[in-house]
Structures are given as C-alpha cells and as structure tokens.
Design a protein around this ligand. Structure first.
Ligand SMILES: *Cc1c(COP(=O)(O)O)cnc(C)c1O
Length: 241
C-alpha cells in the first residue's frame, strides 16, 4: 500500500512538472492538493509522510473521523465540498481554507462564527463553470457581485476561485470551464478586492490536470490518481445529502 501511494505521487509530480514545462510555467507555482474522500486515515498518513502537505475533504463527517487521527502529523487541510451552515463550527476545527464558498448565507454564518472565535479564514469562491445542474457553485455571471459583497467581511480572506469543471468528460472538453475561471479571476483582480498578490485558481483533477495547468491552475485537486478508484460515484459527494 505504501509503495503504491508513493509511486503514484511520483507520477503525479512528474505529470505536473511536464505540464508546467509545456505551458512555460514554473512547477513551484502549482500546488498538489490531495482529495481524500473515502480514503482511510492510514493511507492519507502515508502521503503526508512522503512529503505532501495539502489535503482536503468533501464531507464534514469524514473530516471529523479521519483528520482527528492526523493531528500529530504536519499538514494543511482545506474543505472542498458543499458546506451546510450548521456544520461550520466542526469544519473550522480542522481547516485553514474553505474552497467551496458559494452563497451569501454561508458567508454570513462563517463571519459570525469567525468573529466569535476571533480569527480569519482563507476562502476560495466556487464557480459552476460547466452550467451543469448537479453541481454547486455560483453561476459565472453572479461571481463578481458575490465577491464584492463577500469582500466586505473582514473575517474572510478571498484567495481566489475554485471550479470542478465539466464532469466526466475528455480533458479537452473541460478546457472552456478552466478558461472561463481564469478569465473571471482576471476580471476580479482588476477590482483590487482579493487578499492575495498571486491569487489561486483551484482546478483540475486526476483526469485533466494537464489541461488545468495549461489554463493557469495553481492548485490541482487529485484523488483517484494517488489513492485509487472510489466505491461511490462522485455525484454522491457533489450533492446535498
Ligand atoms: C474528488 C474530488 C477531486 C479529485 O477527483 P479525482 O478525479 O479523484 O482526482 C477534486 N475536487 C473535488 C471537489 C472532489 O470532490
């Protein structure tokens, strides 16, 4: 198990480097985030021991069960799933960034809790760039107004944008999604409301990380290619229940 994960990580880093080279980018600009849904804590630990630092969950229940066991090993945790407001308190115990902020009610409730805890939080705004019904995220034409509104909350540090992209398609078909996210980010940068000189574009998964890097990704979120196939379909993780 250890060897497989370590070897998969090598392959992924190689893919990232090659894609950066092809796109004329510096590989140091692209962070590898491990999407750990359904992966048991001991396997996540292997990846952390191999030198990875950035991990993320989709569901609060899994975050509580697994990341509690990982407290002794240095890492950074993000949240990348649909977040219900009644779970905010639990999520904040584990993560330094929520990548899936997509509605003002969530912003308000996060702000309330963060004020009570006397802290700030990094966030990415999730945009639905594929116009599919089943996915969360703001529609692209709402993103600017939403970010302007969110920027008024001092507890939240807007670091960039996240998207899932077109689901289950060939890598090339997902390119317009990634390109749209980058265009949005450029528009938002002009407004000087981001809390980051070099804002993040979180996009690209196991099947399409090369395309995402070509389109400017700074965080690629990888699950399957490191930990193997999952039992549940992704729609289970990308839906409300
Ligand atoms: C599962 C997941 C990923 C990783 O997907 P893989 O295809 O397994 O690499 C990336 N982003 C989100 C939001 C996910 O839920």
């Amino acid at each position: 198990m250890q060897e497989i994960i370590e070897n998969n990580l090598k392959i992924i880093h190689h893919r990232i480097e090659r894609a950066c080279l092809k796109a004329g980018r510096n590989p140091a600009e692209v962070k590898l985030l491990l999407a750990t849904k359904t992966v048991p804590a001991d396997r996540i630990r292997v990846a952390l021991q191999a030198g990875e630092i950035l991990i993320a969950e989709n569901k609060v229940q899994e975050l509580k069960e697994k990341y509690e066991d990982l407290k002794d090993i240095p890492h950074q945790a993000h949240f990348i799933g649909h977040l219900q407001t009644n779970k905010i308190k639990d999520v904040l115990k584990y993560v330094s960034c929520i990548q899936s902020v997509d509605r003002i009610e969530l912003v308000q409730q996060l702000d309330k809790r963060l004020l009570a805890e006397g802290r700030t939080l990094d966030i990415l705004v999730q945009v639905n760039t594929s116009y599919e019904e089943s996915k969360f995220g703001l529609s692209p034409d709402q993103a600017m107004a939403f970010i302007k509104e969110t920027a008024r909350y001092d507890t939240l540090r807007i670091k960039g944008l996240m998207t899932i992209g077109l689901f289950d398609a060939e890598a090339e078909k997902v390119r317009p999604s990634f390109r749209l996210l980058r265009t949005l980010l450029e528009q938002i940068r002009q407004e000087n409301i981001l809390h980051e000189e070099k804002p993040e574009l979180s996009m690209g998964m196991s099947g399409d990380l090369e395309t995402a890097i070509e389109e400017g990704a700074t965080i690629v979120r990888i699950g399957t290619a490191v930990f193997g196939a999952r039992m549940y379909p992704d729609s289970y993780y990308w839906n409300e229940s």
